[in-house]
Design a protein around this ligand. Structure first.
Ligand SMILES: [Zn+2]
Ligand SMILES: [Zn+2]
Length: 263
């Protein structure tokens, strides 16, 4: 079953496609259609975060520009949904450690974790997304994929983050870069989960990187899929570290979400 959207660390490409079965309940809850969340009926958007032991999300300060790392995700989600109450945790006390074993995770295994541990189901006025940080690797149809930083599972609202891959993205010259890699990966996967690019939310102008699925053609946008040898995500995170500029989506992706809100 190929219905995930993944962000690789290096050149190795994971399959990145998506099914658009709306009202997907594969994770045990009924997720609202992506485009519907932009409507006025939804007043709240919440991110729930769980983590496997050893896969604790980075929290706190990073670099000299950012005092609360999770403000990166909060700011970007707030830019997507400026008219809604956006709820994103900041520290581990607002996240939950869960009992999960193993270090290879298929899409089905990740959905199984969500089914068991997702506590916040969407309601008629609140859209929720479930993020699980695992201490292991994505297992795709070719086996262990140690290049995948994160995945967004189709229309389920379930996202997974692969901590060992994220942690390995550090650079001695940029001591906090892996912390920003984690946040930019999460923003990227949330981008897929809310419907980018042409993944449930319509495009205003064509900026879909058709070769790589639901990604953006703008190399400066968080939804860009780099397919050359150097880690685009790390380069991207380095910019974030140096500038503290936290809106990671560029014009075309922003135009899409702005138009979706006005529908
Ligand atoms: Zn992606
Ligand atoms: Zn974009």
């Amino acid at each position: 079953m190929k219905f995930f959207a993944a962000l690789p660390l290096f050149a190795i490409l994971a399959s990145c496609s998506s099914s658009e079965t709306e009202g997907n309940s594969a994770s045990g809850v009924t997720q609202p259609p992506k485009a519907a969340v932009f409507g006025g009926a939804y007043t709240d958007v919440e991110i729930e975060v769980d983590y496997q032991g050893g896969a604790e999300p980075y929290t706190g300060a990073a670099g000299t520009k950012v005092s609360d790392l999770w403000s990166v995700t909060r700011t970007n989600l707030g830019r997507i949904f400026p008219d809604k109450n956006v709820s994103v945790p900041s520290d581990l006390t607002q996240m939950q450690k869960i009992d999960v074993s193993g270090e290879l995770f298929t899409s089905d295994a990740l959905l199984g974790i969500a089914k068991k541990h997702r506590d916040k189901a969407p309601t008629a006025s609140k859209a929720t997304y479930y993020v699980v940080f695992v201490n292991g690797y994505f297992q795709d149809e070719n086996g262990k994929n140690d290049a995948v930083l994160g995945v967004s599972l189709g229309t389920t609202g379930v996202l997974a983050m692969f901590k060992p891959v994220i942690a390995s993205s550090g650079l001695p010259a940029f001591p906090s870069v892996e912390r920003f890699v984690e946040q930019s990966t999460l923003v990227h996967e949330i981008g897929h989960a809310i419907g980018l690019v042409d993944n449930g939310v319509s495009m205003v102008a064509n900026h879909k990187d058709a070769t790589h699925g639901a990604h953006c053609t703008n190399t400066k946008c968080v939804m860009y899929w780099e397919n050359e040898g150097v880690s685009a995500t790390r380069e991207f995170a380095k910019q974030l570290l140096l500038t503290g500029n936290v809106v990671l989506f560029k014009e075309d992706c922003l135009a899409d979400v702005d138009a979706a809100r006005k529908k």
